[in-house]
Design a protein around this ligand. Structure first.
Ligand SMILES: Nc1ncnc2c1ncn2[C@@H]1O[C@H](COP(=O)(O)OP(=O)(O)OP(=O)(O)O)[C@@H](O)[C@H]1O
Ligand SMILES: [Mg+2]
Length: 337
């Protein structure tokens, strides 16, 4: 079982091996949207109210009994501390009552483990693109337990850039899906010039702050001059610039490391243009592409259960003094326990 409560969604899922048997979610997004963002205290209270029922539903929908569970994995970090504590406290009590092992799952490793749920035969080595709300990196998976960072963002994460640009365009959070919707109102062409995005430079590192500033400056300049502009054109031009660099650097990393497989994870991996570009590039290069289903790219508990299964196989179990952590450095996350 995997339990995830790092932000505003309370989620629980059951996997058997790499097969997702159930994946339940309760969101406090409707309440949060009244405040224009996630209020940590509201999130924690909503988790407390939802967690028992969500876990019960996940077990029922999996068609198993509580006693059939092998282990209980829970996101211990990173995320909102109060929100994480609800999941961690519940998981401890749940595991203790069932006399099953407890597993500390890292949220980011969960995003990466999501790929396992859609490819029973996926084995390292492979190159993976991590593109989420708080992280952007190209990684080399050496083994199930160990990833090496080939490059990462020097400033904003890709998802953060989608969210900030969405805000400038007057679109709601989360930015990614709303930017995709906005683009569909135009012809989807990148007609507005955008900065180069460390293309061909900076190794496998990324920088999104220049792109974000370019969009803000374009919109403000047009507004100050009283000139009309197409939000769909801005969104499409931004999306191409933001995504192309992710694809180019991932493919370059795959070529340089000589892997045969590429995977991706994190909320931005749900982006249709990114998925299409990656799939075209992998096909052209003769590489296998493993993309988690879209709903398993954004935060969910199936990815935490999948990461739990990885740690279970590696024999990494947590003690009952497990604590929640608001932040976990990426290098520590990826180096294994
Ligand atoms: N279709 C999409 N296109 C582009 N971006 C998307 C899409 N769907 C979601 N996102 C982005 O993904 C992010 C949310 O996903 P994710 O769960 O990976 O982030 P997070 O949990 O906030 O951050 P992290 O996992 O790094 O801690 C948001 O920034 C959102 O805009
Ligand atoms: Mg996430």
């Amino acid at each position: 079982m995997g339990i995830e409560s790092s932000c505003d969604e309370t989620a629980a899922a059951v996997v058997r091996g790499r097969t997702v048997l159930s994946d339940e979610i309760a969101s406090s997004a409707d309440v949060q949207s009244l405040y224009g963002g996630v209020v940590p205290e509201i999130a924690s209270r909503a988790h407390t109210e939802a967690v028992s029922a969500v876990v019960e539903r996940a077990v029922k929908k999996a068609g198993i009994g509580y006693g059939d569970l092998d282990a209980v994995a829970v996101t211990y970090g990173a995320g909102l501390l109060g929100a994480l504590l609800v999941g961690v406290s519940f998981a401890k009590a749940f595991a203790y009552a069932l006399n099953k092992p407890l597993i500390a799952a890292d949220h980011i490793r969960g995003h990466l483990a999501a790929a396992y749920t859609c490819a029973p035969d996926l084995e390292p080595p492979f190159v993976t693109l991590l593109a989420s709300g708080g992280h952007t990196a190209v990684l080399y998976a050496e083994s199930e337990g160990k990833f090496r960072i080939l490059g990462a963002t020097l400033d904003d994460a890709a998802g953060e850039a989608f969210d900030k640009v969405a805000r400038v365009l007057g679109l709601k959070y989360p930015g990614g899906p709303n930017i995709e919707r906005c683009i569909r109102e135009g012809n989807g062409k990148p007609v507005i010039p955008m900065p180069k995005m460390l293309k061909g430079g900076g190794g496998y590192n990324f920088s999104y702050s220049g792109l974000k500033t370019a969009v803000i400056n374009y919109c403000h300049t047009m507004e100050q001059k009283g000139l009309p502009y197409s939000k769909a054109d801005v969104a499409a031009s931004f999306q191409c610039a933001a995504v192309d660099v992710l694809v180019d650097k991932t493919m370059e990393a795959a070529r340089e490391t000589g892997v045969h497989t590429v995977t991706a994870g994190g909320g931005v991996a749900a982006n249709s243009y990114l998925r299409q570009r990656l799939s075209e590039a992998c096909e052209a290069a003769g590489l296998r592409l493993v993309l988690p289903e879209k709903r398993l790219c954004t935060d969910n508990a199936a990815m935490i259960a999948a990461e739990g299964a990885v740690q279970y196989r590696l024999g990494n179990f947590a003690k009952m003094d497990l604590n929640a952590k608001a932040s976990v450095p990426l290098a520590a996350t990826l180096g294994g326990h």
